[in-house]
Write a protein that binds this ligand. Structure first.
Ligand code: BES
Ligand code: MN
Ligand code: ZN
Length: 505
């Protein structure tokens, strides 16, 4: 999708479709609606009197050839009573794009409300949010359909910003938005790939191609190398499959921080890369098992984040570690009751081979620390329990340090993504304390998302660490007005935003 910003007046802008947000409020028309009301000689008031533009959230009214406007169509999109921040802009831009693309429209111009660009920080969040929303609406899951029609898609998005916004604020916001939106698309494409195509080896090749394209450092640990490094937890998951595992490492070394007195932080990003999760010997029921092809979404997320960072070049060092393996019940598969020694030296009694994500992440976290990460974020489709707790709306978040978490929380808000912090607590650790070994890989049904997080905590130790459990949010079984069903790309935007902020801090 082509992206541009213009400071033209919406009424005078020629496009296939002009999108203007209509808030739910009484009183005189505010800009930019006020200018449209004048240009159309009172159309808006007539529509309002007829009850057709109440401003209700996502209410849409599409008008053809509105008199007095240069646009071929005017889409009035209700934006409700709340101010339009990044959360809202993402959803509004997505809704408009989906609605218009279904009608064969290829260009849309979105008039941003003045409050969205009132400060530099607001502009830096609003433009990327609108771009991410519109871009995400273009995604289609039917990549393998033989009768694929030439796609209906939005090819050009113009953001109409008030003339008062300085160009120096617009350019970087556009670049950021573009890099993030393309990265989100990348993550969704990978998550959508079937497991017979996207094996651990292929994921490694994807990472290698990315590294080559953007001059990132690249390291690929095969099974033998992982064994030398004593990654017993990681390897135990892979041993039941004929597909060899890969521990994938990408490293981005940005320029030194602008303030040389600042302590240098190295961000370690660890993503669960289970390319298919059958459950292993503790096998999953057949119903719905096909969805476990997206159990590598955490890994795809980190690959996508690295792509965006390589484009945006923040002053920060970032290491992505993606433990990739297939969890299968082959004849060499690990069995319930087996004990594995993780890279850190901790022993794990594997009660349930379906709790494999935490096993591969344990060694991934240890390796990221060994490579020099001072701050860690892991992303994983880790537990069904987090989906029970938060559904498909909020991603579950855990952190062992408030300061780092607050930094992340603000980044997620600016990126327009919903995350909800759940507790870590010493008392939950009792549920995963082993009698044969140090740890149990399953803490039972109750508090399942938390005991999984406490398991990872034992490997992050005291390095500032955030864990995102995206099992409920990585994939939508049903579409919404602003995005179709399928992979969502959750967490990519928040993590890029976090890295950019860490580079500035
Ligand atoms: N990959 C699953 C979690 C999952 C469930 C992701 C649904 C996406 C949608 C994970 O490996 C798993 O199987 N977790 C178990 C853990 C249990 C055995 C302790 C679960 O949540 O049931
Ligand atoms: Mn599993
Ligand atoms: Zn899994």
């Amino acid at each position: 999708m082509e992206i541009e910003a213009q400071s033209a007046a919406p009424a005078l802008f020629a496009t296939q479709a002009l999108v203007v947000l209509a808030p739910e409020q009484e009183g005189p028309w505010a800009p930019p609606l006020e200018a449209l009301e004048r240009a159309t000689q009172g159309w808006l008031s007539k529509l309002k009197e007829a009850g057709e533009i109440s401003g209700r959230w996502l209410e849409s009214t599409l008008l053809h050839h509105p008199p007095g406007l240069k646009a071929e169509r005017l889409l009035l999109l209700g934006c409700g009573k709340n101010p339009t921040g990044p959360f809202e802009l993402r959803r509004l831009a997505g809704t408009a794009a989906r609605l218009l693309k279904a009608k064969g429209v290829k260009q849309m111009a979105l008039a941003l409300p003045p409050e969205a660009t009132q400060t530099k920080a607001a502009t830096a969040a609003a433009l990327p949010a609108a771009i991410a929303g519109a871009w995400a609406a273009n995604f289609e899951t039917g990549a393998y359909k033989s009768d694929r029609q030439p796609e209906k898609r939005i090819e050009r998005l113009t953001l109409l910003v008030p003339a008062t916004v300085p160009g120096a604020e617009i350019e970087p916001a556009l670049n950021k938005g573009q890099a993030i939106a393309a990265a989100v698309e990348r993550a969704r494409e990978l998550a959508n790939q079937p497991a017979n195509y996207l094996t651990p080896r292929r994921l490694g090749e994807e990472a290698e191609a990315l590294a080559r394209r953007y001059q990132l450092e690249f390291e690929l640990l095969d099974e033998a190398r992982a064994r030398e490094l004593r990654m017993g937890a990681f390897l135990s998951v892979a041993q039941g499959s004929a597909e060899p595992p890969r521990m994938i490492v990408l490293r981005y070394r940005g320029a030194a921080p602008s303030d040389p007195g600042k302590a240098r932080r190295v961000l370690g990003l660890v993503g669960k890369g289970i390319t298919f999760d059958t459950g292993g010997i503790s096998i999953k029921p057949a119903d719905g098992m096909e969805k476990m092809k997206y159990d590598m979404t955490g890994g795809a997320t980190m690959l996508a984040v690295m792509q965006a960072l390589a484009q945006l070049q923040p002053r920060l060092e970032v290491i992505a570690v993606i433990p990739a393996a297939e969890n299968m019940p082959g004849s060499r598969a690990q069995k319930p009751g087996d004990v594995q020694i993780a890279m850190s030296g901790k022993s794990i009694e594997v009660l349930n081979t379906d709790a494999e994500g935490r096993l591969v992440l344990a060694d991934g976290l240890s390796y990221a620390r060994q490579l020099g990460a001072t701050h860690l974020v892991d992303v994983a489709t880790l537990t069904g329990a987090v989906a029970v707790a938060l559904g498909a709306v909020y991603a579950g978040a855990f952190a062992n340090q408030d300061e780092f978490y607050h930094e992340f929380e603000q980044a997620a808000a600016a990126a327009g993504e919903k995350v909800w912090r759940l507790p870590l607590d010493e008392e939950y650790r009792d549920q995963i304390r082993g009698s044969v070994g140090d740890l149990l890989n399953s803490g039972g049904r109750y508090g399942g998302a938390i005991t999984a997080a406490e398991f990872l905590h034992a490997f992050a130790e005291d390095t500032p660490w955030i864990h995102l459990d995206i099992a409920g949010t990585a994939w939508w079984d049903e579409g919404k007005a602003w995005m179709p069903k399928g992979p969502t790309g959750i967490a990519v935007a928040s993590l890029v935003e976090l890295a950019l902020r860490m580079a500035e801090a």
